[in-house]
Ligand binder design. Structure first.
Ligand SMILES: *Cc1c(COP(=O)(O)O)cnc(C)c1O
Length: 382
């Protein structure tokens, strides 16, 4: 066994695969459309700074974050590309928006006025994008109510409306294609309304990952890509849509800390929810729900050891998970355990974990917590 100085629970992030995915996607959607990489929520758990640096080297056009704080983190790390703050800003944060050269998404006149005032103090003109709600029902000015906003924005002298965007509610579901088409039509009508009021926003973006792949007509000047960059696509893209090969970027691994023989008829873990039906070899793995392994995988999920599936037995606890390795040969203390990733001929993808816990892969990778070490690798690509 190799003694490591840290708990051997690590998320490996293959930046080569990240770069590869971006190259494949760009080739697929063509050079006329810019790509914004969505790196909110620590790049869906993959590490926002490291991923952004790699994407920057690949010539990414824009970055997208949810909060100003996330944009500030990228600027402090030296990221120079334009950064769109998808969730806008809270009153008071307009000064940070300007200081860190972020481009906020805005959906009402008061937000724009705050930005205008802060820009006037700095004697500058700052840019913002407007979000149009075409059917998501979340943030954004309603598509049938843009006139007043378009008009009020005309009176602000220190801000410029440089982009219009919307967000799809169900672009991943072929049965709801008509609704997505309706969202596109509503967006076009809203754009026309802004133009009628004398605005000339150069950036038009509608598509998230499923939109960019399933609705070529929605690509326009830019697409906003999250999931597909990280190779999370099997539960995000419609099943039969054309796509390039996308590789998973993240794998989550640990090592067996303790291995013991347990006779038949013993119970394991909190609540004693598992009873050994035979003499068993049980391994303790130093990863738990505080690291992001869903507790609902208790007595249900698997990890991979030596390329074989080892069932999770008993309740997953905060820091530990027990697996049954009785049927796997050659297991020892220190053996590698794959929580997400491949080993031998077998693989457990984030999508698999998501399916068995009733969620999507994004939630699985987002929830890998801060105490899990991230290690950045570049397996196949410089
Ligand atoms: C998160 C987000 C995206 C990215 O969605 P993916 O499905 O990961 O591509 C795009 N646009 C907005 C507004 C978002 O909030």
């Amino acid at each position: 066994m190799t003694i490591s100085e840290n708990r051997p629970t690590t998320a490996f992030i293959d930046l080569g695969n990240l770069a590869c995915n971006l190259r494949s996607i760009r080739q697929f959607i063509g050079p006329q459309t810019k790509c914004l990489a969505v790196v909110k929520a620590n790049a869906y758990g993959h590490g926002a700074v490291e991923c952004s640096r790699r994407l920057s080297r690949e010539g990414i056009d824009w970055f997208g974050v949810a909060l100003p704080e996330e944009g500030i983190e990228l600027r402090r790390a030296g990221i120079e590309e334009p950064i769109l703050v998808l969730g806008g800003f809270w009153p008071g944060q307009e000064h940070l928006i300007l200081e860190y050269r972020l481009v906020p998404v805005v959906w009402d006149a008061e937000q724009a006025a705050l930005l205008d005032k802060a820009s006037a103090i700095r004697r500058t003109v700052s840019e913002f994008h407007v979000k149009i709600d075409t059917g998501m029902g979340r943030i954004g000015v309603r598509h049938d109510n843009v006139s007043r906003l378009a008009e009020r924005l005309r009176s602000l002298r220190h801000v410029k409306l440089s982009g219009l965007m919307t967000h799809f509610a169900a672009a991943d579901d072929p049965e709801q294609n008509q609704f997505t088409q309706l969202q596109i039509a509503r967006f076009d009508a809203a754009v026309a309304e802004f133009e009628r009021h004398g605005h000339d926003p150069v950036c038009h973006d509608l598509a998230n990952s499923p939109g960019a792949f399933a609705f070529p007509s929605s690509r326009r000047s830019m697409v906003r890509l999250g999931g597909v960059l990280y190779g999370l696509c099997r539960d995000v893209l419609p099943p039969n849509v054309d796509r390039p090969i996308l590789k998973p970027v993240l794998s989550l691994r640990s090592r067996i800390s303790h291995l013991k023989s347990v006779p038949a008829g013993e119970t394991l873990g909190y609540g004693r929810t598992f009873e050994t039906g035979r003499d068993s070899l049980i391994a303790s793995v130093p990863i738990g729900y505080a690291d992001g392994v869903p507790r609902s995988l208790s007595n249900k999920g698997h990890f991979l050891v030596g390329g074989e599936f080892a069932p999770i037995v008993g309740r997953i606890s905060m820091d530990w998970t027990l697996i049954d390795v009785t049927d796997i040969s050659g297991v020892e203390t220190g053996s590698e355990v794959i929580v997400i990733g491949s080993s031998g001929a077998n693989v457990i993808e984030a999508e698999d974990v998501a399916r068995s816990t009733g969620t999507i892969s994004y939630e699985i990778t987002c929830r890998i917590s801060g105490r899990v070490t991230r290690e950045y690798t570049c397996e196949n690509l410089r």
